[in-house]
Ligand binder design. Sequence first.
Ligand SMILES: [Zn+2]
Length: 100
Amino acid sequence: MLMRTPAALRGATSGNQPWTPADRQHLADLYMKDPRPGVQEMAVKLGRAPRAIQTEASRLGLNSPGAQPRKCMPCQRMFFSAWIGNRICARCEPMIVGCA
Ligand SMILES: [Zn+2]
Protein backbone atom coordinates (compact mmCIF):
# COMPACT_ATOMS: atom_id res chain seq x y z
CA MET A 1 0.00 0.00 0.00
CA LEU A 2 1.50 3.28 -1.10
CA MET A 3 -1.42 5.53 -0.27
CA ARG A 4 0.02 6.97 2.92
CA THR A 5 3.67 7.28 1.93
CA PRO A 6 5.28 10.71 1.90
CA ALA A 7 5.84 10.33 -1.85
CA ALA A 8 2.12 9.93 -2.40
CA LEU A 9 1.45 12.98 -0.28
CA ARG A 10 3.98 15.01 -2.25
CA GLY A 11 2.24 13.98 -5.45
CA ALA A 12 -1.07 15.19 -4.09
CA THR A 13 0.32 18.62 -3.23
CA SER A 14 2.78 19.09 -6.08
CA GLY A 15 1.38 22.57 -6.71
CA ASN A 16 2.43 23.65 -3.24
CA GLN A 17 6.04 22.58 -2.92
CA PRO A 18 7.93 24.75 -0.49
CA TRP A 19 10.21 27.30 -2.16
CA THR A 20 13.87 26.80 -1.45
CA PRO A 21 16.32 29.72 -1.51
CA ALA A 22 17.68 28.29 -4.79
CA ASP A 23 14.19 28.28 -6.30
CA ARG A 24 13.66 31.89 -5.26
CA GLN A 25 17.01 32.89 -6.69
CA HIS A 26 16.13 31.17 -9.95
CA LEU A 27 12.80 33.00 -10.05
CA ALA A 28 14.52 36.33 -9.35
CA ASP A 29 17.09 35.60 -12.06
CA LEU A 30 14.29 35.01 -14.55
CA TYR A 31 12.60 38.25 -13.49
CA MET A 32 15.84 40.17 -13.94
CA LYS A 33 16.14 39.05 -17.55
CA ASP A 34 15.48 41.59 -20.25
CA PRO A 35 13.07 40.92 -21.81
CA ARG A 36 11.38 39.21 -18.91
CA PRO A 37 10.03 35.76 -19.79
CA GLY A 38 6.28 35.21 -19.51
CA VAL A 39 4.79 33.64 -16.40
CA GLN A 40 4.03 30.49 -18.36
CA GLU A 41 7.65 30.17 -19.46
CA MET A 42 8.95 30.75 -15.93
CA ALA A 43 6.48 28.19 -14.62
CA VAL A 44 7.83 25.57 -17.03
CA LYS A 45 11.46 26.40 -16.14
CA LEU A 46 10.79 26.12 -12.42
CA GLY A 47 8.44 23.15 -12.74
CA ARG A 48 5.62 24.97 -10.96
CA ALA A 49 2.15 26.23 -11.70
CA PRO A 50 1.90 29.74 -13.20
CA ARG A 51 -0.20 30.73 -10.21
CA ALA A 52 2.57 29.63 -7.84
CA ILE A 53 5.02 31.77 -9.82
CA GLN A 54 2.81 34.84 -9.52
CA THR A 55 2.17 34.29 -5.82
CA GLU A 56 5.85 33.87 -4.99
CA ALA A 57 6.89 36.77 -7.22
CA SER A 58 4.55 39.14 -5.41
CA ARG A 59 5.66 37.78 -2.04
CA LEU A 60 9.26 38.51 -2.97
CA GLY A 61 8.30 41.95 -4.27
CA LEU A 62 9.54 41.13 -7.75
CA ASN A 63 6.56 42.95 -9.23
CA SER A 64 7.03 46.16 -7.29
CA PRO A 65 8.16 49.22 -9.28
CA GLY A 66 11.43 49.76 -7.39
CA ALA A 67 12.54 46.14 -7.59
CA GLN A 68 15.89 45.58 -9.27
CA PRO A 69 19.20 43.76 -8.79
CA ARG A 70 21.34 45.30 -6.07
CA LYS A 71 24.58 44.37 -4.40
CA CYS A 72 24.35 42.83 -0.94
CA MET A 73 26.34 44.92 1.53
CA PRO A 74 27.73 42.07 3.68
CA CYS A 75 28.64 39.58 0.92
CA GLN A 76 28.85 41.81 -2.20
CA ARG A 77 26.72 39.36 -4.15
CA MET A 78 24.11 40.60 -6.59
CA PHE A 79 20.62 39.74 -5.47
CA PHE A 80 17.08 40.78 -6.31
CA SER A 81 16.19 43.66 -4.05
CA ALA A 82 12.51 44.54 -3.67
CA TRP A 83 13.15 48.17 -2.73
CA ILE A 84 16.02 50.65 -2.53
CA GLY A 85 16.59 50.18 1.20
CA ASN A 86 16.86 46.42 0.88
CA ARG A 87 20.62 45.84 0.69
CA ILE A 88 20.96 42.49 2.41
CA CYS A 89 20.39 39.26 0.50
CA ALA A 90 18.31 36.37 1.78
CA ARG A 91 21.49 34.46 2.58
CA CYS A 92 22.86 37.16 4.88
CA GLU A 93 19.60 38.30 6.41
CA PRO A 94 19.29 35.49 9.01
CA MET A 95 22.78 36.35 10.31
CA ILE A 96 22.02 40.04 10.56
CA VAL A 97 18.72 39.45 12.28
CA GLY A 98 20.38 36.95 14.61
CA CYS A 99 22.93 39.55 15.69
CA ALA A 100 20.45 42.35 16.28
ZN1 LIG B 1 24.56 38.70 1.22
